[in-house]
Design a protein around this ligand. Structure first.
Ligand SMILES: O=C(O)[C@@H](CO)OP(=O)(O)O
Ligand SMILES: [Mg+2]
Length: 432
């Protein structure tokens, strides 16, 4: 079904910043998608076009929207919406830069995702099934949800350096059960935090995790383990940590007190010291993965840590969902897992290529939201279609986070036996 129109507009994200939404029209109707936005971004991400200079929050996206309306829309008219790869290639060609800085990765990705929905409608398929077909993946898999329980880093107003402490209900028998386990654990964590720190501790961060007044990872983990136990899920829930260490990697070392903004109170630690800290917590707690344990420029620290520890090491800022960087990381064994964020690369086709590469190297994959989100649930569909095995989309509160989890509940119901919950096998899911 040919594309007859494409329209962009400015909408607002969960941090109250402008972002891009696109409508793609075919004879079947209107298909819509919107683009998220990160705060702890990797320096090699595709370019998010903001008005008046380099990307920064609060700045408008009117130029990116104009690019959809004036450049992308006329060029895509007549394309078959099911031809995702051709359409994505056309938008890359129109942009003409390696980082999509002319048209903006935010403009291109919003259209790319809306086209995918239009293509699914044309094929009379579920969006997740259409994505699986585009990738050549034979198995639809419901991801283990990675819920943000305790927020720190640049996503919160406390002094905790590490950005995200997540729980993974790997022992659930279904996605529905995983949601219930997480919801109950979130409430038991709330009870513990209220008793220990009082009311301010249950304010939430950008992704819905609680923001208690703690500074040490060890303390966050102790509290989380107690919450899991109180909810009755000991042994069924694992923990994931995203220190997002690029944010406190300063002049070659790490400042665990970076949020004080006071050089006299810095708490410096070397890469080696940070590795020891990680190894000590990995030994004590049921930790499934560490994401961005080092700054994106500390490549050698990634390589030696991944070789030494028997744990999943996920690359986010390090890889920026970029097939070229992923290839280099596979060669050097810098990590053993990919964080998949479509807006880091800018088209669905390239995101699929990133996952294909990661899976061919035997890596694990985790699909991810951004800290600034809309209620678009595309990444939920993508996670199922690409069998990523995990999806992190924040806490079990905040509508823009739940939009993804709730869509997975619907997919489980709609697709029935055509889809299975990843559960304990969440790491290594082959496409065929
Ligand atoms: O670091 C991350 O993994 C993400 C999402 O949790 O944060 P941001 O979108 O701010 O980059
Ligand atoms: Mg991250």
């Amino acid at each position: 079904m040919a594309i007859c129109d494409v329209k962009g507009r400015v909408v607002y994200d969960s941090r109250g910043n402008p972002t891009v939404e696109a409508d793609v029209w075919t004879e079947r109707g209107r298909f819509r998608a919107s683009c998220p936005s990160g705060a702890s971004t990797g320096s090699r991400e595709a370019s998010e076009l903001r008005d008046g200079g380099p990307a920064w929050h609060g700045k408008g996206v009117t130029k990116a929207v104009e690019n959809i309306n004036n450049v992308i829309a006329p060029a895509l008219q007549g394309f078959d919406a099911a031809d995702q790869a051709d359409i994505d290639a056309k938008m890359k060609e129109l942009d003409g830069t390696s980082v999509k800085s002319n048209l903006g990765a935010n403009a291109i990705l919003a259209v790319s995702m809306a086209v995918c929905r239009a293509g699914a409608a044309e094929k009379n398929q579920h969006v997740s099934q259409h994505i699986a077909n585009l990738a050549g993946n034979a198995y639809l898999v419901l991801p283990v949800p990675c819920f943000n329980m305790i927020n720190g880093g640049v996503h919160s107003g406390n002094l905790l350096a590490f950005q995200e402490f997540m729980i993974l209900p790997v022992g659930a028998a279904s996605f529905k059960e995983a949601m219930q386990m997480a919801s109950e654990t979130y409430q038991s964590l709330k009870t513990i935090l209220l008793a220990k720190f009082g009311r301010n501790a249950v304010n939430v961060g950008d992704e819905g995790g609680f923001v208690p007044p703690i500074t040490e990872a060890q303390e966050a983990l102790e509290i989380l383990v107690a919450a899991i136990k109180d909810a009755g899920y000991e042994g069924k829930i694992e923990i994931g940590i995203d220190p997002a260490a690029s944010e406190f990697h300063i002049d070659g070392k790490y400042d665990l007190n970076f949020k004080r903004n006071d050089p006299t109170k810095s708490n410096w630690i070397s890469s080696a010291g940070l590795s020891e800290l990680y190894e000590s917590v990995v030994d004590k707690f049921p930790i499934a993965f560490l994401e961005d344990p080092f700054g994106e420029e500390d490549w050698n620290a990634f390589v030696s840590f991944t070789a030494r520890v028997n744990i999943e090491v996920v690359g986010d800022d390090l890889l920026c969902t970029n097939p070229e960087i992923i290839s280099a990381a596979i060669k050097d064994k810098a990590v053993n897992s990919l964080l998949l964020k479509p807006n880091q690369i800018g088209t669905l086709t390239e995101a699929i290529e990133a996952v294909r590469l990661a899976k061919s190297a035997g890596w694990a994959v985790m699909a991810s939201h951004r800290s600034g989100e809309t209620t678009d649930d595309f990444i939920a569909e993508m996670s199922v279609g690409l069998a990523t095995g995990r999806l992190k989309s924040g806490a079990t509160c905040r509508g823009e986070r739940l939009a993804k989890y709730n869509q997975l509940l619907r997919i489980e119901e709609e697709l029935g036996s055509a889809v299975r919950y990843a559960g304990k096998n969440h790491r290594f899911l082959a496409w065929s």
